[in-house]
Ligand binder design. Structure first.
Ligand code: NDP
Ligand code: GDR
Length: 341
């Protein structure tokens, strides 16, 4: 019988890639979607014939219990979150509820539905749980690169909410013997990335300028440095973590760091443009507390899971710029549609 996976956040960037990957592996894929008759499904429109949707919201405990009862999953991937860091200052309480408490609600739904009690093992088959933890938990880093033993110092309400979800996942593993793991993923991008994140903002900005639709690109802190990889590679790691013999947490990243300035330079160059002519810095886009640099040490994932990234920074940037040039040339609306490579 096909293994069954339930994905929260299936309409997001990672949800769409993970759904494709699991379908390729022969899974029956279910996605939790919120909203009324009109869930935001643009990223998974092409998958709708193959995935099943179940209605639910990370704010609503009952809906999560019903979803787990209905789907009877072998694996649950909790990708749903308010994931845009600046929004977490504007809506800090909502971020705590969705990104933090949402993890508790999913874990409780699994615990209740599989009959797990304190110190005890579930009576029936064990549901495996993946939590989408984040390098934002490291925040103000003392040591670099960061690995599974690096301490946390989150710098935003988002980072704090993710840290709560991370420790809670560990706690449910220790308290109830659940197969519950966190992937501490560094930034990963793709042509399906939301337009508010810096890589996609840059690739869309470059495409608009190249096509004469805009004259400048406004950015915040150009000196921030991140470890950027390709989302398609990172969802493979999520799946591998749930196939391991033991539930453990893993850092996932490329181990290479670039600045926002280098990102802009590479993206404009990919379209044959000089970034310095078009990029304008805007103080209003700086954050109340910045994470200056993040760089992964993914050795544990390489050794224990056999996971390696396959797409380089330059390939990723070129892929995103090409995709946005195609999208805008074809008259697509980047706010409604994700461009599919
Ligand atoms: P996106 O922002 O693209 O997707 C977020 C998803 O969460 C959407 O499907 C959204 O649904 C859903 N969601 C939001 N609020 C709720 C809610 N109340 N109930 C149920 N679902 C909700 O994120 P990504 O795909 O980029 O990231 C996936 C996960 O990984 C997130 O948890 C993110 O924080 C984390 N992460 C991401 C990294 C990255 O670089 N991409 C790195 C590290 C961690 P809707 O369409 O209805 O809004
Ligand atoms: P991040 O991603 O906050 O790392 O979180 P984002 O792309 O938003 O920012 C990366 C860095 O770029 C700087 N920056 C700008 N950022 C945006 N969005 N817009 C700008 O104009 C701009 N100018 C400079 C930022 O200050 C920052 O330093 C992402 C999300 O996917 C999280 O959910 C995830 O957990 C982390 O990655 C790992």
């Amino acid at each position: 019988m096909a293994r069954r996976a339930l994905i929260t956040g299936i309409t997001g960037q990672d949800g769409s890639y993970l759904a494709e990957h699991l379908l390729d592996q022969g899974y029956e894929v279910w996605g939790l979607a919120r909203g009324q008759a009109n869930p935001r499904v643009s990223r998974i429109r092409k998958l709708l014939a193959d995935v099943h949707l179940v209605r639910g919201d990370l704010l609503d405990q009952g809906s999560l219990i019903s979803a787990v009862e209905r789907v009877q999953p072998d694996e649950v991937y909790n990708l749903g979150a308010i994931s845009f860091v600046p929004m977490s200052w504007e809506q800090a309480e909502l971020t705590a509820e969705v990104t933090g408490m949402g993890v508790l609600r999913v874990l409780e739904a699994i615990r209740v539905c599989s009959g797990v009690s304190r110190g005890g093992r579930p009576s029936g088959g064990q549901i495996r749980f993946y939590q989408a933890s984040s390098s934002e938990m490291f925040g103000q880093v003392g040591e670099t690169p960061q690995n599974e033993s690096t301490g946390f110092h989150p710098r935003s309400p988002y980072g704090v909410a993710k840290t709560y979800g991370h420790f809670l996942t560990q706690n449910y593993r220790e308290s109830y013997g659940m197969f519950a793991v966190s992937g501490i993923l560094f930034n990963h991008e793709s042509p399906r990335r939301g337009a508010e994140f810096v890589t996609r903002k840059v690739s869309l900005g470059v495409a608009r300028i190249k096509l004469g639709l805009a004259g400048e690109l406004r950015l915040g802190n150009l000196e921030a440095r991140r470890d950027w990889g390709f989302a398609g590679d990172y969802v493979r790691a999520m799946h591998l973590m749930l196939q391991a013999d033991k539930p453990e947490d893993y850092v996932i990243g490329t181990g290479r760091m670039k600045s926002v300035r280098e990102l802009a330079e590479a993206a404009f160059a990919a379209a044959g443009l000089d970034w310095e002519r078009y990029v304008v810095t805007d103080q209003a886009l700086h954050r109340p507390a910045e994470v200056d640099l993040l760089c992964a040490d993914p050795k544990k994932a390489r050794v224990q899971l056999g996971w390696e990234p396959t797409v380089s920074f330059d390939e990723l940037v070129a892929m995103m710029v090409e995709s946005d040039l195609r999208l805008l040339t074809d008259g697509g609306d980047p706010d409604q549609e994700s461009s599919w490579p």
